[in-house]
Write a protein that binds this ligand. Structure first.
Ligand code: GLC
Length: 653
C-alpha cells in the first residue's frame, strides 16, 4: 500500500543505503520491500515510534533485510519465486513431518544424513530437527538455551555437515524445519556475558533490575513455567548484582523486545537460517515475547505485533520460508498466532495444535469424545493460507490446556476432571494401563502436566512387561488410532521420532545430573537401531506399528480431501464413544471422506441412515480407504470394533 509518511521514510532509507547494497541488482527485493514497507513501518512505529533513534533503527532493519537477501543463494531465491506462485503449497495432504533430536536419532547431523532413507521408507517428507545450536555443556533445556545463534553445537556437527544434509534433503524433496529460540538466550551467550561484564548496550538486551520492586510487581501475575525446578521468574546474578528475568530456567535469560536492536538481531538470525536452507522456522515460545507488569506476560498484543513484523520482513528477503508458532496456550489464544484481522495468515502460517493434542489424550482416557467435540467447537475457523501442526507427542510434556468452561459444559467438574487425567496417565487410576509421570507439578495451584512416551502412555510398556498379547493388541490399536486422527484431521501431521516403532519411556536420564530433575527426558529417546530393524520382522510390535503407519501415510497422501482448506465438518452422533468428521474435496467437489473413530474398549455402532442429513454422500456402500475393505454392517448400523478408525468413502450405487 502507498502512504506518504512511510514512503518518504523508505526513500530516505534507500538513499542512505550502504554503497555495497546499492550496487546490487536486487529487483525482487525492492518490489517486495515496496509492497510490505507500509506495514513494516506501521508495526515498527507502533512498537518503537517513541524512540529518538527510530529512523536509524529503521535503517538498520532495512539494511539487515537487504544484506541477507544479497547473501541468499540463487536456488533458494528460485524456490521463493516458485512458492510465491504456488502459495498454498504447504496445505497439501502430501506433507507429513517428523520431529527429532539429531543426536538421539543418529548421533549427529552426518549420521542423520545417512538415515534419510528411513524417512522415505515411512513417507516422511518434512523433518523438524530440534535445537542443534551451541549451548552449555551441562543444563541447556534440551538445547533451548542457546549460547551462539549462528553456530552448530560441535557435539552435533558443523555448518559443513548441515550444508551436506540440506543438499541431500533437497534432492529427496524433504523439507527442513529448524528452531529459532526467539524468547531467550542461555546465560552463556556472549550478549549475556557482555551484560554481566557491565556493557550497557547488552544489558539493554535483557530485563535487569537492581532491586526487587519491579520483579515483585511482575511476579504478582506471572505464572511459573517450571515450578519444581525454576520457581519464580527472576534470578539473582551475583556478578551484575541484578535480578534477571528468567521465565523458564534460571540459565535462560529473557530477551527484551522493548529494544529494537533485539528484534533486528533476531530477524537477522531467522534470515541466516533461512539462508542455510531452512524451509520452515519454528519460533519457540512465542507467547512470551512481550512482558507487561500486571499481565501474565503471555499472548500480549505486542507479541503479535512483533511476529507480524518478523513475518512482513521475512517475506521481503525469504518469502518462501514459513513460520511455525510454538504457542502452547489456551485454545482461543493459539489461533491468534496465525494473525488477527487478516484474511491470509500474517504472523505464522503454521501453529501447533496443542488443543487437539490434549483433547486426543482426554478422549483416550475417558473413552468418549464429549470434550473433544466441545473443545473443537470453541476454536474459531483459522485464516486462509494457515495450517495446523497436528501431533500426538513431542519432546515436551502434555499440558491439559482445555478450557474449564468446555470441561464444565460436557458435565465434568474441571478440577476433578484434570485430576482424573493425571491419575489416569500416571497409572494411578485403577483401569489404566498408562505409564507416565507428572511434570511441572505446582503444589500452590495443583496444576501438573504429563511426561511419557506415546507407547508407554498408550499401555504398551505394561502390556509388554506382562507379556499380555491382548493388552499389546490394544496398545497398538490406540497408537494407530491417535495417528489416524492427526493424519486425517487437516494440517501437517508431525510424528515424533521413536513413536513409529513403539519406543518406551527411557529412565537413563536419571543417571545424568543435568537431566535428572526434568522428566521430559524420559521421552527424548536415543533410538535403538536394533529395535528399529525389527520393523522388517513380521509380527513384531515394531513391524505392526511401522507398517501400519507407513500405509496410513501413503493412503493419506492420495486423499485430496485431507488437504487443509477449512474443509472439515464435525459430525455429532448419539454415541459418545465415537468421534466423526467429514473431509470434503474442495477442488473436485467429490471424494468426500467420513472419518469415524471408536475411543471405547468395546465395539460400537453408528446409524448410517442418521448420517445422511449431515453428509452429502449417502454412505450406503462404504469402503474404508485405509484397509480397502467394506466394514461390517448390521442392518443400517456400521459396526466399529474397539479402538478402530475408519476413513470411509462412498463406494457409489
Ligand atoms: C519451548 C520448548 C521447550 C522449552 C521451552 C523454553 O516450549 O518446546 O522444550 O523448554 O520452549 O525454551
Amino acid at each position: 500500500m502507498y502512504e506518504q509518511v512511510s514512503h518518504s521514510l523508505l526513500n530516505d532509507i534507500l538513499l542512505k543505503l550502504h554503497p555495497q547494497i546499492k550496487q546490487q541488482q536486487i529487483r525482487h527485493f525492492y518490489t517486495r520491500l515496496g509492497a510490505n514497507f507500509y506495514t513494516i513501518h506501521s508495526l515498527f512505529k507502533l512498537l518503537y515510534g517513541e524512540r529518538e533513534d527510530f529512523v536509524q533503527q529503521a535503517q538498520f532493519l532495512v539494511e539487515t533485510l537487504a544484506r541477507r537477501y544479497i547473501e541468499r543463494s540463487d536456488e533458494l531465491k528460485q524456490k521463493d519465486l516458485e512458492r510465491e506462485k504456488d502459495h498454498t503449497w504447504f496445505l497439501s495432504q502430501k506433507w507429513v513431518g517428523m520431529a527429532l533430536y539429531s543426536d538421539g536419532f543418529a548421533h549427529n547431523l552426518s549420521g542423520l544424513k545417512n538415515k534419510l532413507h528411513y524417512f522415505q521408507e515411512l513417507g516422511i517428507n518434512m523433518l523438524h530437527i530440534m535445537p542443534m545450536l551451541k549451548c552449555p555443556q551441562g543444563e541447556s533445556d534440551g538445547g533451548y538455551a542457546v549460547s551462539d545463534f549462528k553456530q552448530i553445537d560441535p557435539r552435533i556437527g558443523s555448518m559443513a555437515d548441515l550444508a551436506e544434509l540440506v543438499e541431500e534433503l533437497q534432492k529427496r524433496e524433504i523439507l527442513l524445519t529448524l528452531d529459532v529460540v526467539v524468547n531467550h538466550t542461555s546465560n552463556e551467550h556472549p550478549w549475556a556475558q557482555q551484560a554481566r561484564m557491565g556493557d550497557k548496550k547488552y544489558q539493554d538486551y535483557y530485563y535487569l533490575f537492581a532491586t526487587r520492586e519491579v520483579p515483585d510487581m511482575f511476579e504478582e501475575n506471572m505464572p511459573e513455567i517450571f515450578p519444581e525446578t525454576a520457581p519464580g521468574n527472576f534470578t539473582w546474578d551475583e556478578t551484575m548484582q541484578k535480578w534477571v528475568m528468567t521465565v523458564f530456567n534460571e540459565f535462560q535469560w529473557d530477551l527484551n523486545y522493548n529494544n529494537p536492536a533485539v528484534l533486528i538481531e533476531m530477524l537477522d538470525i531467522i534470515l541466516f537460517w533461512a539462508n542455510q536452507g531452512a524451509d520452515i522456522v519454528r519460533l519457540d515460545a512465542v507467547a512470551f515475547l512481550w512482558k507487561k507488569i500486571g499481565s501474565t506476560c503471555q499472548n500480549e498484543r505486542e507479541a503479535h505485533l512483533l511476529l507480524q513484523l518478523l513475518k512482513d520482513c521475512c517475506q521481503v528477503t525469504a518469502p518462501g520460508v514459513l513460520f511455525i508458532a510454538e504457542a502452547i496456550v489456551a485454545p482461543v489464544e493459539i489461533i491468534k498466532y496465525f494473525g488477527e484481522d487478516a484474511i491470509n495468515a500474517k504472523e505464522c502460517e503454521i501453529a501447533y495444535n496443542a488443543t487437539f493434542m490434549a483433547l486426543l489424550w482426554d478422549a483416550l482416557a475417558t473413552k468418549n469424545a464429549r470434550l473433544m467435540y466441545q473443545g473443537l467447537k470453541s476454536i474459531p475457523d483459522k485464516l486462509d493460507r494457515a495450517t495446523w501442526l497436528n501431533y500426538v507427542r513431542c519432546h515436551d510434556d502434555i499440558g491439559l490446556g482445555f478450557d474449564d468452561r468446555d470441561i464444565a459444559t460436557v458435565g465434568y467438574a474441571p478440577y476433578e476432571h484434570r485430576r482424573f487425567l493425571l491419575d489416569y496417565y500416571t497409572g494411578r487410576y485403577e483401569d489404566s494401563d498408562a505409564r507416565g509421570y507428572l511434570f511441572g507439578h505446582n503444589p500452590k495451584t495443583g496444576d501438573a502436566r504429563i511426561s511419557g512416551s506415546l507407547a508407554s502412555l498408550a499401555g504398551l510398556e505394561i502390556a509388554l512387561e506382562l507379556n499380555d498379547a491382548d493388552k499389546i493388541e490394544v496398545a497398538i490399536k490406540r497408537i494407530l488410532l491417535l495417528h489416524s486422527l492427526i493424519l486425517s484431521f487437516g494440517g501437517i501431521p508431525l510424528l515424533y521420532y521413536g513413536d513409529e516403532i513403539g519406543t518406551l519411556n527411557d529412565g537413563c536420564y536419571l543417571e545424568d545430573a543435568t537431566k535428572a530433575d526434568d522428566s521430559r527426558w524420559m521421552h527424548r529417546p536415543i533410538i535403538n537401531w536394533e529395535k528399529a530393524e525389527r520393523r522388517h520382522q513380521t509380527g513384531t510390535v515394531e513391524y505392526r506399528l511401522f507398517f501400519s503407519l507407513r500405509k496410513m501415510i501413503a493412503v493419506r497422501k492420495e486423499i485430496q480431501a485431507f488437504s487443509d482448506f477449512n474443509n472439515r465438518r464435525l459430525i455429532s452422533s448419539d454415541n459418545p464413544h465415537l468421534f466423526l468428521f467429514s473431509r470434503f474435496d474442495i477442488q473436485q467437489g467429490a471424494g468426500n471422506v467420513l472419518v469415524v473413530v471408536n475411543f471405547d474398549a468395546r465395539p460400537q455402532h453408528l446409524d448410517l441412515k442418521a448420517l445422511d442429513q449431515h453428509c452429502k454422500s449417502s454412505y450406503r456402500r462404504i469402503r474404508d480407504l485405509y484397509s480397502g475393505d467394506t466394514p461390517a454392517l448390521f442392518q443400517n448400523q456400521l459396526v466399529i470394533p474397539p479402538y478402530q478408525f475408519y476413513w470411509l468413502t462412498d463406494a457409489g450405487a
